[in-house]
Design a protein around this ligand. Structure first.
Ligand code: DGJ
Length: 741
């Protein structure tokens, strides 16, 4: 998968479907050549280098009026050359100089892929699943070694990149900027696509034309954020979901990030992704090493959906890991929206008992079970059961839940503390704060300084105590505020730029310890819903709570946007009560179920409050999901109609071999006397006959008809609802089961 033209010093990563090419320039710097659809491995590609004499340009060599880094497409640009675009790397020595020049030293090709110490990363299970190219570069002046790593996957059209720095010199170096990847594309005729939003409306799809200057998204909140996801895609203007070129860049990281597209005045496009340089610096002492997080680049010529399928395949199987990766996820019920903080054990047992009756497998006890936690002003940090609410503690409750025939799960918010807690009273210096200065709160809570090992250890001890004694099969790991006034009193002045990153390393370290100690524990990540829904968390927690907005109509958009990068297996999606807690909307229980099926399914309401008819629907839903969950988690996901663009949302899950599909169609508002509608499907076999079954229709058709002419949608919008089926109403959703005969 990796070939090297030794004479021309051209490196070609190629898996038969995609190619990535770069070369060593005469100066020793690396130049980028190409990233996209596969090119012939035997070709010579140096003629792709574009350069011309242009006035007002700074040239590299005296007497040469052609060669300028300002115009050459680069592979990992450093600050302090004749390149005036933003660099991927900026370092500063003790002399104050920020000039850097890294030159090629050699390369190594490795079978498979190495792990990234302390960081989440994609991995291989067998050596021939991927090949890794490591390029050794050096800034001789500083004696800094820079190793650029590229792994290309055999079965997925993705390349994973990271960069390692080793200070072999005699003085400290300050890394001010170290992006995980940079690529200079030869034209800028693209639109960028980002996933942006806010709390409860995360990951909305936003597309914009690229113009000279910058386009990008970032976070400086300490978490990847509700506001912007660490991801950026590029698409040609005519690229659709199913055709045309699309590139996706995703960062496997949960902290501050920057994803940026810069178009220069010659229409060259530089894309880069990595730790946000704002607020970041890393003091690298002699002999020390620093490794960037991993960036994953995907190319597809089958449109945006083609790009998403590549991400899904990689992230589902070679980023998510451990005991639960391929296991059927339990149908869960969570008490938060039903009870908030107000419950005692007896209520919980009634709540869980009804859930058991409906076939639900896991009861999750949310916030409020510990310390003096009767509201959100106190208790965080005291991970011991509140005996007034739970007389037998977590041990007693978990045993009772297991006796009902269900598994037990528990909520934690390990990174936070309330000032009104025993933990804070014992360790007032454990929070992120500049001594002597005031510090802001979020939801009355403060952030523990996870850059310090002793702080992480103290939290681990408390969690270990519970997890080792009680029957806990699952934890929901929440994080309900971002970091402000970032400072750690445990580090010297020159290391304060490291705190955001060290914090996330502490979060990862705690996850890793828990996973090692309790390998069968299922962890669901959460950050006020989707505030840290990123590829980094997926390495530790195979599922995440997509959003605090559980309304089915809102969820159409949120889950649709999330699917651009993340597989269904990791999207926590629940049926909640009506009127909905966040938006006050009433939707049919069938619609709530249909939307939540497309993820790790569960409930977020008190089933004792439903009538008998609704309980029967819940039982059917649980049965349906249990029957289909393996297929839902592993199938190829197709976006068919975007809720961002019209009154309908539709998506399809298809078995990769084309043998079956499940189609969900939701009409948001009822229509009067509307058009006849057909929905072209995807991922079926042209010559195979299928049976189509929904609540109202049942017919047979060949795959080619279903993909060309489309699935016939029942139209209950004529304004004359004469069959009493209730089909003419707002927020109506239907499932179509398509099975090969
Ligand atoms: C925010 C989460 O997203 C909710 O699901 C719930 O766990 C609350 N926190 C509890 O405080």
């Amino acid at each position: 998968m990796i070939t090297v033209n030794e004479k021309e010093k051209v490196f070609h990563l190629n898996n038969g479907r995609i190619s990535y090419l770069f070369y060593v320039m005469e100066s020793g710097q690396l130049g980028h050549l190409y990233f996209g659809k596969v090119l012939n491995p035997g070709g010579s590609y140096l003629h792709m280098v574009e350069k011309a004499h242009r006035p007002m340009t700074t040239y590299i060599n005296e007497g040469d009026l052609y060669t300028s880094y300002e115009h050459l497409r680069q592979e990992y640009p450093c600050y302090g050359t004749s390149d005036y675009r933003y660099p991927a790397l900026e370092i500063q020595g003790g002399d104050g100089s920020r000039i850097c020049r890294i030159e090629y030293q050699g390369y190594e090709i490795i079978k498979g892929k190495k792990p990234l110490s302390g960081l989440p990363a994609t991995y291989t299970e067998e050596e021939d699943e991927a090949a890794t190219l490591e390029i050794r570069m050096k800034d001789a002046w500083r004696n800094l070694e820079v190793i650029l790593s590229y792994s290309i996957f055999r079965d997925v059209d993705a390349i994973a990149r990271s960069v390692k720095f080793v200070n072999n010199g005699k003085e400290d170096l300050m890394i001010n900027r170290a992006m995980s990847m940079s690529v200079d594309m030869p034209d800028a005729d693209y639109q960028s696509l980002q996933l942006s939003g806010a709390w409860a409306r995360e990951r909305a799809v936003k597309v914009r034309d690229l113009e000279p200057g910058f386009t990008g998204v970032s976070s400086m909140r300490g978490n990847s954020s509700h506001q912007h996801n660490p991801f950026l895609a590029l698409k040609r203007k005519n690229t659709t979901e199913s055709s045309g070129e699309a590139y996706g860049f995703s960062l496997v990281y949960s902290g501050n990030f920057l994803a940026q597209a810069e178009v220069d005045n010659y229409q060259v496009l530089r894309v880069m992704l990595g730790i946000n340089p704002f607020g970041f610096s890393w003091n690298l002492e002699p002999g020390e090493t620093f490794v960037t997080p991993e960036a994953v680049m995907v190319y597809s010529d089958e449109g945006l959906n083609g790009m998403s399928i590549q991400f899904h395949r990689l992230y589902r199987k070679r980023l998510a890991r451990g005991f639960w990766r391929d296991k059927e996820r339990p149908v869960l019920i969570n008490n938060w929206e039903a009870t908030q903080f107000d419950y005692v054990e007896e209520d919980l047992l009634k709540f869980a008992g009804k859930a058991k009756e409906c076939g639900i497998e896991l009861f999750v006890l949310d916030d409020g079970w510990f310390g003096e936690r009767n509201d959100d002003k106190r208790g965080l940090g005291d991970w011991k059961a509140n005996r007034e609410k739970l007389p037998g503690g977590i041990e007693g409750l978990s045993e009772k839940i297991e006796a009902l025939g269900m598994k037990f799960g528990l909520w934690f918010e390990p990174e936070m503390v309330n000032k009104d807690s025993d933990f804070f009273r014992q360790h007032p210096d454990y929070i992120i704060q500049t001594p002597g200065r005031s510090v802001s709160h979020g939801r009355n809570q403060f952030v523990l300084d996870f850059s310090r090992k002793e702080v992480v250890d103290a939290v681990y001890e408390q969690m270990y105590e519970l997890l080792s004694k009680a029957k806990i099969s699952y934890i929901k790991w929440d994080m309900n505020r971002s970091i402000s006034e970032c400072y750690s009193s445990a580090y010297p002045a020159k290391r304060q730029g490291e705190i955001f990153h060290r914090y996330i390393l502490g979060v990862y370290a705690l996850h890793e310890r828990l996973i090692k100690e309790f390998p069968e524990l299922l962890i669901e990540s959460c950050s006020s819903g989707g505030g840290r829904f990123d590829a980094g968390m997926l390495y530790y927690a195979p599922q995440g709570w997509v959003s605090d907005d559980s309304d089915a109509v809102e969820r159409l958009k949120i889950q649709y946007g999330t699917s651009f990068v993340y597989p269904l297996s990791c999207m926590g999606a629940h049926v909640s009560a009506c009127p909905n807690e966040q938006v006050g909307r009433r939707t049919p229980i069938e619609t709530r179920g249909n939307v939540a099926y497309t993820g790790a399914f569960g409930y977020e309401l008190d089933l004792n409050k439903l009538n008998n008819e609704e309980i029967e629907v819940v039982k059917e839903q649980v049965e349906f999901y249990r029957k289909n969950r393996k297929f839902i988690a592993a199938g190829d996901f197709y976006r068919l109609l975007s809720p961002f663009e019209g009154n309908f949302a539709a998506w399809e899950i298809a078995e990769p071999d084309g043998s079956r599909a499940l189609v969900t169609v939701t009409r948001i508002l009822s229509e009067i006397n509307g058009a006849y509608r057909r929905l072209p499907l995807r991922g079926l076999l042209k010559n195979r006959k299928y049976h189509i079954q929904s609540k109202y229709i049942s017919y047979d058709a060949y795959g080619d008809e279903l993909m060309q002419f489309g699935l016939m949608l029942e139209d209950k919008s004529s304004g004359q609802v004469i069959d009493g089926s209730g089909g003419c109403q707002d927020f109506l959703s239907l499932i179509y089961e398509i099975s090969a005969k």
